[in-house]
Design a protein around this ligand. Structure first.
Ligand code: ADP
Length: 608
């Protein structure tokens, strides 16, 4: 463990201070009890042997036994209660491990969510599978503190052996200070060998683990795919089973090899530890026995000292082992701390968004260029355009021309790389972000409908205005289907959590997402390919009802299907991150350019 590892571990534990201080108190108390209790038995045995040897009466023996056993009993009871509390807390942490991470991921700048490095951190934190990082760290720290306190206790108990005050006996070389120091040096050397061997083999195991982490990630990815029926559709139709089987065989091969290697190192580790321990034990008993024979220490001391020295060597080994395990945790603790401390890069202004009664907003893209973080390629290049509230604007263009990116910039999911976007003449970065977000209701291509009640999906919250939600569903074209739902707005979307839940079709889900945008009643309504999952009839319904749906709001309608956009007065044609044409359908239809090309290519599929 280096300084950084400790810093990260303490920073991780720092999250417990205040809210869960009791678990930290438990940790320390439990560790001390676990370390001290075994020494009472050792000291008691030594004391009783000495008492018997010295001919103590029954009353005294009874007194020693009652005191020692009583003390151990009290400590055992306290330890059991503390363990119970500690384990309950660990399980609780297990349950809530995702909460702070999820909260952070909902609050961090959107651009972090698409950052591979940030993703990697999150994956590594969650790699503990069923166990939470916090719970594992606490549990390993518990073992480490126990082992360390055992070392300290052993030194405290054995120390008097080296300061033998009985001057009346002739010590000889065996009883001399030099011998004590030599003996201590040999013991410490053996401990050092055990410590180093433990570190070496643990390091080897960690190396193997690191090598297989890629295979583990692959395995997790495939298992995720195979666990869900949704994702298995392609697999079955395209007969990809053999591909997956081959992948699994490959993963299994590497895993088996790694497991064998780890077992090999673990056995070598165990063998070294046991051999060194046995040899240490042999030396300790011989040395203590000889000292007792010479009358330098008592018979009882032989028991106490020998047992304590063995506890010492064992605890040093365990200290090394758990320091190593904690070091492995510290890497993840570092990821956790860095993830939770990701700073807000996006500038958040304070200017409140003007609440205009007339709802008039003027939007201007002023020489806007943009490239995604970490990418050198400009997705939008020197974009200049203006539009007013109340207009219906369509954005058309081939896939990858920058349409969705344009919307992401307008909604400030990303900030522009160059230039600026202004709303009512003010750079949007200067507005209060939460207020600015309220301006937009967006249905993205990859919209999300969650396994919550239908009403909460539409209202995006647990407080649902039933009349408004029903009206939104009606306007989104889901009225008839809604009326057939027995539980109305309380209907669970999907069957993940409720047997009685309803599985909606892709088109119906898209209508729920549209209803959500209508419910929000924001001045800007943006729809990115809103009819992609709809059947032609529903698509027609959406066009026909679009006016009703968006009323006098500014609406931006993105589609690569030109026929879907004819009802918009203002059509922008995107190509390679630039607006290359702008006008109404009637104007663009006959103008030489991309629009005409696309229109003619697509016209055969649509009735004009
Ligand atoms: P459209 O909506 O017109 O299909 P997009 O705006 O989604 O196009 O994408 C424009 C370009 O930006 C594409 O080349 C795409 O690969 C790239 N792109 C989109 N998202 C990212 C991202 N998160 N990181 C890097 N490049 C991206």
């Amino acid at each position: 463990m280096n300084k950084k590892d400790w810093k990260n571990t303490f920073a991780l534990l720092g999250n417990l201070a205040g809210k869960h201080t009791d678990v930290l108190v438990c940790l320390v108390l439990l560790s001390i009890l676990q370390a001290v209790r075994p020494f009472i038995a050792v000291i008691l045995t030594g004391t009783l042997v000495d008492a018997v040897y010295e001919g103590a009466d029954m009353k005294a023996l009874f007194g020693y036994a009652a005191l020692g056993v009583g003390g151990m009993f009290l400590m055992a009871v306290t330890e059991s209660i503390t363990i119970m509390f500690f384990n309950r807390k660990l399980e609780y942490m297990q349950e809530i491990q995702g909460l702070p991470l999820n909260k952070k991921s909902m609050q961090m700048d959107y651009e972090y969510l698409e950052d591979v490095e940030v993703h990697g951190k999150r994956e590594r934190i969650e790699k503990f599978g069923g166990w939470s990082l916090m719970a594992i760290t606490l549990s390993r720290l518990n073992r480490l503190i126990t082992a360390t306190v055992t070392v300290v206790m052993a030194i405290a108990v054995v120390f008097p052996m080296f300061i033998r005050s009985n001057h009346s006996v002739d010590r000889g070389f065996v009883g001399s200070w030099l011998m004590s120091v030599l003996f201590l040096a040999v013991i410490l050397l053996l401990v050092w060998v055990e410590f180093k061997a433990g570190g070496f083999f643990n390091g080897k195991v960690a190396e193997v683990r690191k090598q297989i982490s890629g295979h583990e990630a692959r395995s997790k990815y495939y298992l995720d795919i195979l666990a869900g029926h949704e994702k298995q559709k392609d697999l079955r139709i395209c007969k990809q089973q053999s591909l997956y089987e081959k992948e699994f065989e490959d993963i299994a091969f590497h895993m088996k090899k790694a497991v064998d290697q780890m077992a090999h190192f673990n056995v070598l580790d165990m063998f070294t530890q046991q051999s060194v321990s046995a040899f240490t034990g042999f030396l300790v008993y011989i040395f203590a026995g000889v000292l007792a024979c010479m009358g330098i220490i008592s018979i009882g001391n032989v028991v106490t000292y020998a047992a304590s020295i063995l506890k010492f060597t064992d605890a040093v080994g365990r200290t090394a082992y758990f320091l190593n395990r904690l070091k492995q945790n510290a890497v993840f603790a570092g990821d956790y701390v860095e993830y939770m401390n990701l700073s807000q890069r996006k500038h958040e202004g304070l200017i409140p968004v003007e609440k205009r009664r007339d709802g008039r907003f003027h939007v201007e893209f002023d020489h806007v260029s943009f490239r995604y973080p970490g990418s050198g390629v400009y997705v939008l290049k020197d974009l200049n355009l203006e539009f007013e509230i109340g207009e219906k604007m369509a954005i058309v263009g081939k896939n990858g021309s920058g349409k969705t990116t344009f919307i992401k910039l307008l909604c400030r999911l990303y900030d522009v790389t160059e230039g600026c976007i202004k709303v009512n003449g003010i750079d949007i970065r200067k507005y209060d972000y939460a207020e600015y977000c309220d301006l937009f209701a967006v249905v993205f291509q990859d919209f999300q409908v969650f396994s919550f009640p239908l009403g909460e999906n539409v209202a995006s919250g647990s407080e649902v205005d039933a009349r408004r939600a029903e009206d939104a569903l009606e306007r989104a074209g889901l009225g008839e289907r809604y009326r057939r739902l027995q539980e109305g707005l309380n209907t669970s979307v999907g069957k993940e959590f409720e047997e009685s839940g309803v599985t909606f079709s892709g088109g119906e889900k898209q209508k729920i997402a549209i209803a959500r945008a209508i419910y929000k009643d924001a001045p800007f309504v943006i729809m990115d390919e809103p009819t992609a999952a709809l059947d032609p009839e529903s698509e027609c319904e959406v066009y026909a009802g679009f006016d009703k749906m968006v009323g006098d709001k500014t609406s931006i309608y993105i589609s690569h299907r030109l026929a879907s956009c004819r009802f918009c007065q203002d059509i922008l044609v995107f190509d390679k991150g630039k607006v290359i044409q702008r006008g109404s359908h009637e104007e663009l239809e006959y103008q030489e350019g991309l629009y005409k090309e696309l229109w003619e290519a697509q016209a055969q599929y649509y009735a004009s």
